[in-house]
Design a protein around this ligand. Structure first.
Ligand SMILES: [Zn+2]
Ligand SMILES: [Zn+2]
Length: 146
């Protein structure tokens, strides 16, 4: 599907009007599996000659998150990042610049079972595990060059 049609449909499904700001934000996040911070979004849109004001950006990010179109999470140095993939999934994080990518796993997490640390009293065995999430850390190609 063409990206602008995909964005219109995504907004319509969640009863949100298609506006310039929302289209720009979703256009960025649908692009190349990026997980932008608000500052990165402002800079990137300015770069593209389609600037948004900080207030407009934050207002729309809040609306898109409230509707469940976007997920937010805390990345490197607790900086807030936005993700268009709202399903449970796994990330790799660059330890230098903080860039985040989604990753698929070869193999399954189903066989991984959390065990208590040795020699500790723990009620871990009584916990009900709901989801499993894995975070990979590494250095992205851009940061390897410097
Ligand atoms: Zn990096
Ligand atoms: Zn993600």
């Amino acid at each position: 599907m063409h990206k602008s049609a995909e964005i219109k449909q995504l907004l319509a499904t969640h009863n949100l009007r298609s506006t310039r700001a929302r289209s720009l934000i979703l256009g960025l996040l649908l692009h190349e599996n990026r997980h932008y911070t608000p500052d990165e979004m402002l800079a990137e849109l300015k770069n593209q000659g389609k600037p948004l004001s900080t207030a407009t950006l934050y207002q729309n990010l809040r609306q898109l998150t409230d509707k469940g179109i976007l997920a937010k999470f805390s990345g490197k140095n607790s900086v807030l990042r936005y993700d268009i993939n709202t399903e449970e999934h796994n990330h790799i994080v660059c330890t230098d610049c903080g860039r985040v990518l989604d990753v698929n796993l070869e193999g399954s997490l189903d066989h991984l079972i959390p065990k208590p640390l040795p020699d500790t009293k723990s009620d871990l065995a009584q916990w009900l595990v709901a989801t499993k999430h894995l975070e990979f850390k590494g250095v992205c190609p851009d940061c390897q060059k410097v």
